[in-house]
Ligand binder design. Structure first.
Ligand code: SAM
Ligand code: SF4
Length: 311
């Protein structure tokens, strides 16, 4: 499925819940967000129906996300069912890792091979502060369990925040010297109400990269791997076994090669992850046919913007 700018749309990000067991400062305002009613959140059957239709249109990759996906009951069975959808080649998951210790093995058995774990600090107090109460030890146990279960490489998403965790950039980079993980620095995006609370804390990946290069010159990973790894630009430290990735939605946006759609927990489809424009699939789920759902997905793709409007 190509959009009007010749981008091949083959990736669907599915938010299975808006609930989360953390409240990261850059993602949620201090007092939380108003949550969807349980009746508004799509049942797994509805997600499976939409994803099956999307797969017939050319979606080959699905990433499960949230909120925090591991807090939704029945997730492992849902993932097993996803694995049976013809055409889907790749199912991945992004988690904060708090519940990963219990879920790593079941997720692996259900067919997930690629997980991203969000971890912004290796210091227990700082981690608790940024997540408003999270337990770093639980995430570290989850990462160990994920390695044991066979996930490889494990990707760790780090949002670097000026004056907060930027003193840990080199610690994160050094992890790749002995551990075959991928550390991905994601630029802080000014999203929603939480964006205001983080004003002035943005750090560009150019600055982060310069700091890491004090450890040694970064060596780009080969072009073929690079092309299969989405928006991250990947490097290694000399002698490192893991990789360092830079995802720069703000300073160097990747809209010209964006292949993504987003499905929200309440059944809205968005053509851009960073814009609010969306269509509601729920009415068609109740009384429409698969062909009608298919046409609506095509209509969303047709209006995918050339680029996002984040400043
Ligand atoms: N709860 C899961 C987690 O934290 O991994 C999945 C959902 S979370 C919204 C997905 C990713 O978005 C996380 O890696 C998180 O760090 C990132 N994220 C959330 N708000 C962000 C922001 N304002 N700027 C940059 N990244 C952000
Ligand atoms: Fe929850 Fe993930 Fe947002 Fe943190 S980034 S509050 S873990 S959804």
């Amino acid at each position: 499925m190509f959009d009007q700018y010749e981008r091949d749309i083959n990736y669907l990000r599915v938010s299975v819940t808006d609930r989360c067991n953390l409240r990261c400062t850059y993602c949620m305002p201090k007092n939380g967000v108003s949550l969807l009613g349980h009746e508004d959140i799509l049942r797994y059957e509805s997600f499976l129906r939409i994803i099956s239709v999307a797969a017939r249109l050319g979606i080959t990759k699905v990433r499960i996300t949230g909120g925090e996906p591991l807090v939704r009951r029945g997730l492992v069975d849902f993932i097993t069912a996803l694995g049976a959808i013809p055409g889907l080649q790749d199912i991945s998951l992004t988690t904060n890792g708090i519940l990963l210790e219990a879920f790593a093995e079941p997720l692996f058995r259900a067919g997930i091979r690629r997980i991203n774990v969000s971890l912004d600090s290796l210091d227990p107090d700082r981690y608790a502060c940024i997540t408003r109460g999270g337990d770093l030890k639980a995430v570290l146990r989850g990462l160990d369990k994920a390695r044991e279960a066979g996930f490889s490489p494990i990707k760790i998403n780090v949002v670097a925040i000026k004056g907060f965790n930027d003193g840990e950039i080199l610690d994160f980079a050094r992890l790749t010297l002995a551990d075959p993980c991928q550390i991905r620095f994601i630029e802080l995006m000014p999203l929603g109400d939480a964006g205001d609370e983080n004003g002035g804390r943005f750090m560009s990946n150019t600055v982060i990269r310069e700091r890491i290069e004090t450890l040694g010159p970064l060596v780009p990973v080969d072009g073929a791997r690079q092309r299969t790894d989405g928006p991250a630009r990947l490097f290694r430290l000399p002698g490192g076994v893991g990789e360092i990735g830079f995802i720069s939605p703000v300073s160097r946006h990747f809209c010209s090669t964006c292949n993504r759609l987003r499905l929200t927990a309440d059944g809205h489809l968005r053509a851009c992850l960073l814009e609010d424009d969306e269509v509601d699939l729920k009415p068609l789920l109740r009384s429409g046919t698969d062909d009608e759902i298919s046409r609506l997905i095509e209509a969303v793709i047709a209006r995918k913007p050339r680029q996002h409007q984040l400043s």
